[in-house]
Design a protein around this ligand. Structure first.
Ligand code: AMP
Length: 401
């Protein structure tokens, strides 16, 4: 069915994801990911008619150059599919205090996304670039673009979760609160898990772990997200590829007052040089490497151990919000879906709350497949490949129907 196809664009800080799909049948016609933007050997991995392709685009390729490559070399192969694109859906990380649902893009929405750059300085400007490029390259669809916000999923969190213990006026006057991120992924995997477990979503209690370059964990009670590890910006919470996650704010004063670093330098360290990259001694932010070297290199072991320590602390603490019943824990994202070691080390730490790992199920799970990794008759622990593109596409058409 080639009606109502949606082009989904996800302009990330150093990558670009794209897909053309039918939100009703859930069929993806073509999809892929451009990586290593602004670095040597920028490349695209894409899937078309069940085949996987891998093409090096060039060196130091920008988002715009990537999009041009996708349009001219990948979409060109099947013009019929491209001609049937009716809508374009964009992932936008931060909707701020005012936007709590998906919006058809117009000048007011663009302005509001711009206003929210203060909350997501790495992400919102790039998301805007995606929106403006789509309007330029697909002018006939200029009124059919939709922004789908990562923060929307967290709009019903109680103030006990979203408020920081700062002067209350910071929230009222400046919107300083916890907003969350990866909302589409947490929503998608929790929905799928409720279907697999045959539990109605509005009675479903689940803890979802989205573990990738950016990582976050959320707790959903009766189908509503009641807390999440990401905060005012996507810097808070778990250890990430290059972001520190939770930190004593006094370290920032120390870096400034004792080490003499400027605010820009501190921001650069906390966003680009910390996390797995920092813990591994600057070796890599790529989890594949540190997982492979866990038993060989002390720095790799340290990085994985700290990652799992913080993750298990969050999961255990979230059980206090569950009203006495945990229906499932879910792992997703590049690390959650693929790292046997992270799932194993984290689940072992959760023994006290009744989590029991089935080593064999954990090891035998095929990449891209969903499955259970818990022992029989214990709390279900599932690995579910995320599908943010599908949520973006479904939200996009919903705005027009
Ligand atoms: P994402 O941001 O969800 O695309 O996830 C990216 C992260 O997943 C990177 O740190 C990758 O190294 C990690 N990753 C991808 N594949 C694997 C794998 N097979 N084993 C361990 N980590 C992986």
């Amino acid at each position: 069915m080639l009606n109502d196809l949606v082009l989904v664009l996800n302009f990330g800080s150093s990558s670009l994801k794209f897909a053309i799909l039918n939100p009703d049948t859930e069929r993806k016609y073509v999809f892929g990911l451009v990586e290593r933007l602004y670095l040597s050997y920028s490349f695209v991995t894409w899937y078309y008619q069940r085949f996987k392709y891998h093409t090096i685009i060039g060196n130091n390729i920008s988002h715009i150059q990537s999009l041009e490559f996708i349009i001219n070399h990948i979409f060109y192969i099947n013009k019929k599919i491209v001609c049937n694109i009716q809508f374009i859906g964009h992932r936008v990380v931060h909707g701020g205090k005012k936007i709590t649902e998906s919006k058809i893009i117009n000048s007011c929405i663009i302005q509001e996304i711009e206003n929210n750059i203060i909350y997501a300085p790495l992400h919102n400007p790039i998301n805007l670039l995606g929106i403006k490029s789509a309007i330029k390259y697909f002018p006939h669809l200029s009124k059919k673009n939709v922004a789908v916000f990562d923060t929307s999923f967290f709009r019903d969190m109680p103030e006990t979760s979203y408020l920081y213990a700062l002067p209350y006026s910071f929230y009222i006057k400046y919107g300083v609160r916890r907003y969350g991120a990866h909302g589409m992924s947490h929503y998608y995997v929790s929905k799928i898990a409720s279907e697999i477990l045959k539990i109605q979503f509005d009675t479903f209690n689940v803890i979802t772990c989205h573990l990738g370059n950016g990582s976050s964990v959320s707790v959903i009670v009766n189908g509503i997200c009641v807390d999440t590890s990401m905060g005012f910006t996507p810097m808070e919470g778990l250890v990430m590829g290059t972001r520190s996650g939770d930190l004593d704010p006094a370290i920032i004063f120390f870096m400034h007052m004792v080490l003499g670093m400027t605010i820009d330098e501190i921001q650069h360290i906390l966003i680009k040089k910390s996390g797995i990259l920092g813990l591994s001694g600057g070796v890599t932010s790529d989890f594949r490497y540190i997982e492979k070297n866990y038993y060989r290199e002390i720095a790799s072991k340290r990085s994985v151990d700290i990652f799992c320590h913080r993750l298990s602390k969050y999961i255990a603490s979230y059980t206090t919000l569950l009203d006495g019943r945990l229906d499932a824990i879910i792992f997703t994202g590049g690390i959650g879906e693929n790292s046997i070691l992270v799932r194993q080390l984290t689940m072992i730490k959760l023994f006290m709350i009744g989590i029991r790992l089935d080593m064999q199920l954990n090891q035998c799970l095929q990449p891209g497949q969903y499955g259970f990794i818990n022992k029989k008759d214990t709390t279900p622990v599932l690995v579910i490949p995320t599908n943010e593109e599908l949520i973006i596409a479904q939200e996009t058409v919903k705005c027009f129907r």
